[in-house]
Design a protein around this ligand. Structure first.
Ligand code: FES
Ligand code: FES
Length: 203
C-alpha cells in the first residue's frame, strides 16, 4: 500500500480522518457549516455520467446526493448497503476507477465520468470472482448484510496488495465491520482468494 502521507490520492483512511477533522471543525465553529451547506444545496439538478458495472448511465441528481444514494436509488444497484451512512462500517464500499471508497461519504456529482464497480459487477458472467467463491467456500458470512461491502473491499485490497498474507488482512480490512463477527472466516476467505489470484497471475 502506498505511503498515505506522500500519496496524492485520498485513501479510505485519509477520507475518514478528513471527515473526522471537518466534523470536529464544524463542531467548534458551527458558523462555518452554513456557507458550505448553501454551496452544496443551491442550484438545479446536475447531470452526470457514470459507468456502473460496465453500463453507461446519465443521471440528473440533486447535487447533495451521495454516491451511495445515486447507486441505490437511481442506478438500480442495491449491492452497496447503507449501514451507518457516516463512514464507519464499510457496508457501502464500491470500487471507483478500481480504488475502494466509501460511497456514503462522497457526493455523486464529484465523480462525473468515472467508473463504479459494485458487487454485482465483479463476477465474470456465470463464473464467480475468486473472492466471491472463497467467501462461499469459507462460509464467510452469517446475516450477509456486510458481505457485499466486504467482498468489494477485498477485491480492491487484492489489487492494492497482491499476495497479501493472513496476518496483514485484518488491518487492511479494518474499515469493514461485521456485526455477526464472521471475521475469522472472512480473513480465511481473503487469504484463499489471495493465493488463488496470485497463482492465476503466475500461470
Ligand atoms: S454506510 Fe458507508 S461506511 Fe457505513
Ligand atoms: S455477516 Fe452479518 S454483519 Fe457481517
Amino acid at each position: 500500500m502506498p505511503d498515505e502521507a506522500s500519496s496524492p490520492k485520498p485513501t479510505r483512511r485519509t477520507v475518514v480522518r478528513g471527515g473526522v477533522t471537518i466534523g470536529a471543525a464544524l463542531a467548534v465553529a458551527p458558523h462555518l457549516a452554513a456557507p458550505a451547506a448553501a454551496a452544496v444545496s443551491e442550484g438545479a439538478p446536475r447531470r452526470l455520467a457514470l459507468t456502473v458495472n460496465g453500463q453507461d448511465l446519465t443521471l440528473d441528481l440533486d447535487p447533495r446526493t451521495s454516491l451511495l444514494d445515486a447507486l441505490r436509488e437511481h442506478a438500480g444497484t442495491t449491492g452497496p448497503k447503507k449501514g451507518c451512512n457516516q463512514g464507519a462500517c464499510g457496508a457501502c464500499t464500491v470500487l471507483l476507477d478500481g480504488q475502494r471508497v466509501l460511497s456514503c461519504l462522497t457526493f455523486a456529482v464529484l465523480h462525473d465520468g468515472q467508473e463504479v464497480t459494485t458487487v454485482e459487477g465483479i463476477a465474470d458472467g456465470d463464473r464467480l470472482h475468486p473472492v466471491q467463491q472463497a467467501f462461499m467456500d469459507h462460509d464467510a458470512f452469517q446475516c450477509g448484510f456486510c458481505t457485499s461491502g466486504q467482498i468489494v473491499s477485498a477485491v480492491g485490497l487484492l489489487s492494492e496488495e497482491p499476495g497479501i498474507t493472513k496476518d496483514r488482512i485484518p488491518e487492511a480490512m479494518s474499515g469493514n465491520l461485521c456485526r455477526c463477527a464472521a471475521y475469522c472466516n472472512i480473513r480465511d476467505a481473503i487469504e484463499t482468494a489471495s493465493a488463488a489470484t496470485t497463482q492465476a497471475k503466475g500461470r
